[in-house]
Write a protein of this length. Structure first.
Length: 336
C-alpha cells in the first residue's frame, strides 16, 4: 500500500497510507448522465456536473484511512458564474462594438480589452482557488486561503508584461513570485503553508528548455528556407517541439516548486515524469487500468509514495492540471 512517511532526522515517526479508490468506469457513467442532463437544462446542469466531479475526486482520496471532503454546492458555483457574467458581459459587448469598427480603433480597442480580460483572469483564478480550498476538509479540518485576489491579479498582470517584453526570459521570476504568494497564503486549519523557492529553483530547466527550443526552431526554419518542400513541415515540427518542451518543463517545474512547499515541519517533495503527462493528448484511448505502485525504498533510505497528482482544483495544489487515476508520480514528506 502506498504511504507517506514523516521523518525527523533518521527516526521514522509515522507512515500514513494514501489511496485513491475511484475508477474510470464509475466516473464515466456519472459524466454521461450529467452531460445528457445538460441538454434539457440549456447547459445550467454543468454546475452540478462540476460539483459531482469534485466530490468524486475528493471523496475517493483517503489519507490514513480518512477521505477528503468537498462541501461546495452547485448553487454556489451558479451564483459565482452569474457574478462573473455581470463583470465580463460588458467586455463582450465592447468586443462586439469593436468588430464594427476599422483601423487603429480596432487594434487599440482589442488590445485594451484583451489586457482587461487577462487581468480579470488572474483575479478569477485566485478566487477560484480560494473557493476550492475553503470547501476542502480532511478529518473535519478545513483548508483555506488568505491574501488579496486583486493584489494577486496585479502581480500576475505586471509580471506578464515583463515576460512578454523579455520574450519569456523573465518567466522564472514571475513563477517563483506567484508560487510564493499562493502558498504563503494557504492554510490547513491554523497551520500556514510556506514556500522557500526562488527563481533559481527553476532557472536551470527553464533556460535549458528555452535554449533548446530556440535552437531547434531556428534549425527547422533554416531547413525550410533551404528546401521549399520541407517548409510545409516547419509549423508541424514547431508544434511538436512546443508540446514536448512544454510537458518537459511543466514536469520539472512541478517537481522543483512543490519540493519547496512546507507545512510546519513537513516538507513536500514531488517527482513527476514528463512522459506520463503526454498520454493526456493522444493515448487516452488505452483503457488499461493502472493501480497504485507499492511503497519502495530508495538508496538514500527515504521512503517514497507512489501517488496520483490531483487536478480539477486539487485540495493542496490547484496549480496541477492533471487528474487522479493517471500514471502515478512520487511524493514523500520530511522535515524542512
Amino acid at each position: 500500500m502506498a504511504s507517506i512517511t514523516t521523518m525527523f532526522g533518521d527516526a521514522r515517526i509515522s507512515r500514513v497510507p494514501v489511496k485513491f479508490s475511484g475508477t474510470r468506469a464509475e466516473l464515466f457513467w456519472r459524466l454521461v448522465r450529467g452531460y445528457l442532463l445538460m441538454f434539457p437544462t440549456l447547459g445550467l446542469y454543468r454546475f452540478w456536473v462540476t460539483t459531482m466531479k469534485r466530490q468524486f475526486y475528493w471523496h475517493h482520496t483517503s489519507i490514513d484511512g480518512d477521505a477528503l471532503e468537498y462541501s461546495g454546492t452547485p448553487l454556489q458555483l451558479l451564483i459565482g458564474f452569474l457574478i462573473a457574467l455581470a463583470v465580463f458581459l460588458p467586455l463582450y459587448i465592447v468586443f462586439f462594438y469593436l468588430s464594427t469598427q476599422v483601423g487603429t480603433v480596432v487594434v487599440v480597442g482589442y488590445g485594451i480589452v484583451a489586457a482587461l480580460f487577462w487581468f480579470l483572469f488572474g483575479y478569477a483564478s485566485y478566487r477560484g482557488r480560494d473557493f476550492r480550498l475553503s470547501r476542502t476538509l480532511w478529518r473535519g479540518i478545513r483548508f483555506g486561503q488568505e491574501g488579496n485576489a486583486w493584489a494577486y491579479a496585479t502581480r500576475q498582470f505586471l509580471w506578464s508584461l515583463l515576460v512578454v517584453a523579455t520574450l519569456g526570459l523573465a518567466y522564472p521570476f514571475m513563477s517563483a513570485d506567484l508560487w510564493r504568494y499562493r502558498y504563503s497564503n494557504t492554510w490547513y486549519g491554523d497551520r500556514q503553508f510556506s514556500f522557500t523557492g526562488s527563481w533559481r529553483t527553476i532557472a536551470g530547466p527553464f533556460y535549458r528548455a528555452y535554449a533548446l527550443f530556440a535552437i531547434l526552431v531556428g534549425a527547422a526554419v533554416g531547413v525550410g528556407l533551404v528546401s521549399q518542400g520541407a517548409m510545409a513541415l516547419v509549423p508541424l515540427l514547431m508544434l511538436v517541439l512546443g508540446f514536448g518542451g512544454f510537458f518537459y518543463y511543466r514536469a520539472r517545474e512541478s517537481n522543483l516548486m512543490f519540493s519547496e512547499v512546507h507545512l510546519g515541519a513537513a516538507r513536500l517533495r514531488v517527482e513527476i515524469k514528463a512522459r506520463p503527462r503526454l498520454p493526456d493528448l493522444w493515448r487516452q484511448v488505452r483503457s488499461r487500468k493502472r493501480g497504485h505502485r507499492p511503497l519502495r525504498r530508495r538508496g538514500d533510505g527515504r521512503n517514497w509514495l507512489a501517488f496520483h497528482p490531483q487536478g480539477d482544483g486539487g485540495p493542496l495544489a490547484a496549480d496541477q492540471r492533471f487528474r487522479l487515476a493517471r500514471r502515478p508520480g512520487v511524493l514523500f514528506l520530511r522535515p524542512a
